[in-house]
Design a protein around this ligand. Sequence first.
Ligand code: PLP
Length: 435
Amino acid sequence: ADTATDLDALAYRLDRDHVFHSWSAQAALQPLVIAGGRGCTVWDHAGREYLDLSSQLVNVNIGHQHPAVTRAIAEQAAQLTTISPATANLARGQAAQRISALAPDGFDKVFFTNGGADAIENAIRMARLHTGRDKVLSTYRSYHGNTGAAVVATGDWRRVPNEFARGHVHFFGPYLYRSEFWSETAEQECERALHHLERVIQCEGPASIAAILLESVPGTAGVLVPPPGYLAGVREIADRYGILLILDEVMAGFGRTGAWFAFSRHDVVPDLITFAKGVNSGYVPVGGVIISDPVAHTFDDTVFPGGLTYSGHPLAAASIVAALDAMASEGIVANAERVGRETLGPALRALADDFPVIGEVRGEGVFWALELVADPHTRTPVPAATMGKLKTGLLERGVLPFIADNRLHVVPPCVITDAEATAGVAAIRDVLAGL
Ligand code: PLP
């Protein structure tokens, strides 16, 4: 046990001495040491366990260390670890075929990237070249990645220190709990948000707009499931003005909402779909764009001016094939839908009934957010210190949370059992009772 504790201390010290972390002032960081995992549980070297209600960065949809996926990666590594994207490779072709088979009809081609941000970059590039137009519209409450165009498409604060790409315009999407449109019902919010979008398009000049880029369900912004009719309404407006619709499924896709694609419940088909995270649960870094046939045909005889050394990396490709096959054969997406409907959703709503600090519970599948407010009437967010106490309390009870602003996101792997969901919510209840 001493050796194991030493390894935890070593991992911590090496991290603090040499690892520069994302989105952080470095000095005060206290990263948790994680050495291993299985399913919904992770542990440190000394064996202290945590129930992972975060899926890390909301990406480990299949759970930690799924044996079929780790085996496929090992087998591919033994056969061929890497090969130029210009070659034909069986694992790469199978990964593209599997993804395309899950997409709506008419999405036959997949372009692979290294992660989510460069999927957005390339979707924007395709949309600009396909339409011959420049501007990209996206919402303020969004996150699309940290590279040039992706971070300027991002609506949240992370855009502001990074505004160096051109042609990005933002608008407000629907968010009934904090409506920008004085709405009292979901119908009003939908209708008014669509009106606002159309006015922004008219004011920007429709002929200058290449694409509307939306997270199907804005994730980091607070699991903002769009009201019925919103995405279909955006599609109609986009069509009216010859604008492409890019749906970002990086966080919402591949089981998170209890469906393969979050947009499939919203009666809408986009022109481009971006993915990453859940497609292989991050076992190897990968992302990509699923391309509708008309956009793909633009590049039949015209060069597509984009590419990456690791596009369609064999280890990533093999992990995608194994992950998607296991998710299908083990009913993992159906499990996410059922647990959300039968256990997790009802348990979280019951928490909100008992604790006025929970202003709203939103979500579906294994994609939930609890919004914490100091006063249920003014809906003023709780201070950061309250969220800090919530986080510490959960970690002390062996639960890994995902916290953003005044929200606790409950986003476990899609393989979560009813018993794990119940235990996780019980820990949250315990901490809330002591806040
Ligand atoms: N798009 C969405 C919706 C995301 O949630 C994220 C990451 O959280 C990204 C894009 C960027 O993905 P990556 O971090 O893999 O570049």
